[in-house]
Design a protein around this ligand. Structure first.
Ligand SMILES: Nc1nc2c(ncn2[C@@H]2O[C@H](COP(=O)(O)OP(=O)(O)OP(=O)(O)O)[C@@H](O)[C@H]2O)c(=O)[nH]1
Ligand SMILES: [Mg+2]
Length: 333
């Protein structure tokens, strides 16, 4: 395998532009490792991105997300659409580990030059994964992939953050995903653009369908916005419902494009992404600073001993770490 030193900023950017698989693989590894070269290459490529359509798949463990990804890839490859897949597995400490599970289901496509598949495991925390996912998407976009599928497990806010950069967010459920239905109901999870209920051959699939339907019907202004979230029943292994699922994804895309909302959504997504990554880094910086600085830790002790009030400690910390003068945050803006 090519080493780090075989690539320069120029050759790597050129390799990615040309869709070279080795260059793509290397660039995404560098992205995962937060290598400075990755930042440079993505910075060079960024003006050329925006051509790929990104679909994020999220949902509880084992509902069939990877199987659906595989089925969708098969479906769009029949029309020669080039595809990139980034499968994010926050529970797996190593990307190799994450690969193993998905490799089995996605391996059908490994020999297809029009498909590039990559799994990323966690490097530390979810904030790092959101960053790596965004960067990997940009790399695949610059490589000319027309469609990029982002898969991540979970239905919590942080997982949604990982796929939040996508143009269309698909929530995958299966009969028995009661917790996710509760999360939808409670508004913990944002309403996705499209919902797939996979493993439709399960006897409880119909119950699940009507449950999800009733939640969407109650949902705040789903229709006000002009898009009614479709629910599609699928059987990923046999490929049932996959054509319809793809049709609904395309319908959502058409809706966004025709209404001018795609541009708007991308602008909003990018702004949110920048803000959230910056916040994440600021938080890391803060945690590190407190860990490294006995004086800052003493402030925390003082608060715990009730010698210093919490907001005075906040003010001192912000002043010291970020040189933010007025940290009381109470001024009207
Ligand atoms: N009966 C049935 N089994 C399915 C279906 N889709 C997936 N499976 C099986 O369910 C298991 C999990 O599928 P995956 O595609 O790995 O699910 P996933 O959501 O990607 O799982 P994680 O990434 O680990 O969260 C596998 O054994 C699949 O073969 C389906 O539609 N029907
Ligand atoms: Mg999976």
């Amino acid at each position: 395998m090519a080493g780090r030193r075989d690539w320069t900023r120029e050759t790597l950017a050129a390799g990615v532009r040309g869709g070279d698989r080795r260059a793509l693989a290397r660039a995404i590894t560098l992205v995962e490792n937060r290598d400075p070269l990755a930042y440079e290459v993505v910075a060079d490529l960024y003006p050329e991105t925006g051509g790929a359509y990104a679909v994020g798949l999220t949902g509880p463990p084992g509902v069939g997300k990877s199987s659906l990804v595989s089925a969708l890839v098969r479906h769009v490859r029949e029309r020669d659409t080039s595809v990139g897949v980034v499968s994010v597995d926050p529970s797996s400490p190593f990307s190799q580990g994450a690969l193993l599970g998905d490799r089995i289901r996605l391996s059908d496509h490994f020999l297809d030059p029009g498909v590039f598949i990559r799994s990323m495991g966690t490097r530390g925390h979810l904030g790092g994964l959101a960053e790596a996912t965004l960067q990997a998407l940009l790399v695949l976009d610059a490589a000319g992939k027309e469609l990029v599928l982002l898969e991540t497990v979970g239905t919590g806010q942080s997982e949604v953050e990982i796929v939040g950069i996508a143009d269309t967010v698909l929530l995958v459920l299966m009969p028995g995903s009661g917790d996710s239905v509760q999360a939808l109901k409670a508004g913990i999870m944002e309403i996705p653009d499209v919902i797939a209920i996979n493993k439709m051959d399960h006897p409880a699939a119909k119950t699940m369908l009507s449950e999800v339907r009733s939640i969407l019907a109650l949902g705040p202004g789903a229709e006000d916005d002009g898009w009614r979230q479709p629910i599609v029943l699928t059987e990923a292994v046999r490929g049932e419902g996959v054509a319809e699922l793809w049709e609904q994804i395309e319908a959502h895309r058409a809706y966004l494009e025709e209404s001018g909302r795609l541009e708007e959504r991308r602008r909003r997504n990018l702004a949110r992404e920048v803000f959230s990554l910056a916040s994440g880094r600021a938080k890391q910086h803060l945690e590190q600073a407190v860990a490294d600085d006995p004086e800052l830790r003493r402030l925390l002790d003082e608060v715990q001993r009730r010698e210093l009030d919490p907001l005075s400690a906040v003010r001192e910390i912000l002043e010291k770490v970020f040189r933010i003068g007025d940290g009381d945050g109470t001024r009207a803006s």
